[in-house]
Write a protein that binds this ligand. Structure first.
Ligand code: UD1
Ligand code: UDP
Length: 358
């Protein structure tokens, strides 16, 4: 059947979590015959195991454009992305630009679009940590301010937007649930384990956020906590390239098992098998909950506060003893994972359906 396309969506993605989120939304967009999607990859993440692996494993259409903007300071990266995204938007003339989350890719694409009077639709709108030291908080707050369609993962996100005065006739605020929950449900049957030996019981850890890695003393504390825990229960870490580079500079002693980033299917396998997650990742906190694994989050606050309220997630400072204490506590905790915190697994459908009809 011929498609009667009457709406062009340009999706702009560039960082690992965005590939995972876009995978489920793009699949749903393809099912709506009136929608055409063009994917722009800003190039923010570029290693094969930070980018290509997700396109392959999750069968995401190849981007129509790759801007190769990466490895730059915040200002330089954001500026170059705006310039290059704008060039493409002038050629493609989409009706809507779709952006995800809170990275430099998100804000740059939203800025390029809004200045051309193209509507911005923001997935994971309304999330807040209320900590402006975090680059992610700046990116998400500013992106919300220039968006007109807000796809919200949680009721809390809508509360935040309401409190900040976003509810007006010209803004569309939609409670969709979280697309990462959709991804976890859809890809779980295809989960894999990494090709190397994984212990029977272990702690899975990832650390990459700027606030934990750019400060040598904080990162050293975190690593020594993981080293100490490893004596009781094996700790394994697929290491983010940012963290790997910094650890090499500091010359930290690492006693636990570190390996290159893995694909999403291996990550689901590891998440399901581990006894505890210790992370500063936004996405991994939720994914731990989806597979009923407790989590310690090494951050001063989290935008996913319902995880804390449920008892499935606990915050730790970067202090070694605090991390060890919280990890031991969570390893023993009995947690109720029955509450559906992130929707019904149809967030991506709701997003595509809204885009089709708006
Ligand atoms: C970015 C996001 C962060 C998100 C994370 C997901 C911003 C401000 N930060 O942080 O919110 O949680 O992505 O993983 O957008 N590098 C490589 N290879 C790659 C990618 C990165 O070597 O494929 C190295 C480069 O040295 C680069 C550094 O990692 O300079 C940091 O990358 P960058 O994209 O600036 O920030 P992330 O820490 O990945
Ligand atoms: N992830 C992955 N392989 C890894 C580490 C993480 O596939 O080696 C996935 C993880 O399962 C989650 C996403 O990457 O879906 C989270 O991305 P990241 O932690 O880089 O960013 P954040 O969510 O903090 O923005």
């Amino acid at each position: 059947m011929l498609k009667k396309i009457n709406k062009k969506i340009t999706t702009v993605i560039g960082a690992r979590p965005q590939f995972i989120k876009a995978a489920v939304v793009s699949r749903e967009i393809a099912r709506f015959k009136n929608l055409q999607e063009i994917i722009i990859h800003t190039g923010q993440h570029y290693d094969a195991n930070m980018s290509d692996v997700f396109f392959r494993q999750m069968q995401i259409s190849q981007p129509a454009y790759n801007l190769s903007v990466n490895n730059l300071s915040h200002g330089a990266m954001t500026g170059r992305m705006i310039e290059k995204v704008e060039e493409i938007l002038l050629i493609e003339k989409p009706d809507i630009v779709l952006v995800y989350g809170d990275t430099n890719t998100t804000l740059s694409a939203a800025l390029a679009a809004v200045k051309l009077h193209i509507k911005v639709a923001h997935v994971e709108a309304g999330m807040r940590s209320y900590d402006k030291k975090m680059p992610e908080e700046i990116n998400r707050v500013l992106t919300d301010h220039i968006s007109s369609i807000f796809f919200c993962s949680t009721k809390q996100a809508i509360k935040n937007l309401t409190k900040e005065g976003f509810t007006s006739a010209k803004n569309e605020i939609v409670l969709t649930g979280d697309v990462m929950y959709d991804a976890s449900i859809f890809f779980s049957p295809y989960m894999q384990m990494p090709a190397f030996d994984i212990p029977d019981k272990f702690v899975l850890s990832t650390i990459h956020r700027e606030e934990n890695t750019s400060d040598c003393s904080k990162l050293t504390e975190i690593i020594s906590a993981l080293n100490a825990l490893h004596k009781d229960i094996p700790v394994i870490m697929p290491v983010h390239p940012r963290t790997k580079k910094i650890l090499q500079q500091y010359g930290c002693e690492i006693l636990f098992t570190m390996f290159e980033p893995v694909g999403y299917l291996q990550m689901i396998g590891l998440l399901k098998k581990c006894s505890l997650v210790i992370t500063d990742s936004g996405g991994l906190q939720k994914e731990a909950y989806f597979v009923e694994t407790p989590c310690v989050t090494i951050r001063e606050q989290t935008e996913w506060i319902e995880l804390i309220d449920s008892g499935a997630n606990i915050l730790a400072t970067s202090n070694k003893n605090d991390i060890i204490k919280k990890a031991k506590h969570m390893l023993k905790s009995k947690i109720n994972f029955q509450r559906k915190l992130y929707g019904d697994g149809n967030a991506a459908f709701k997003i595509a359906s809204f885009l089709s009809n708006v």
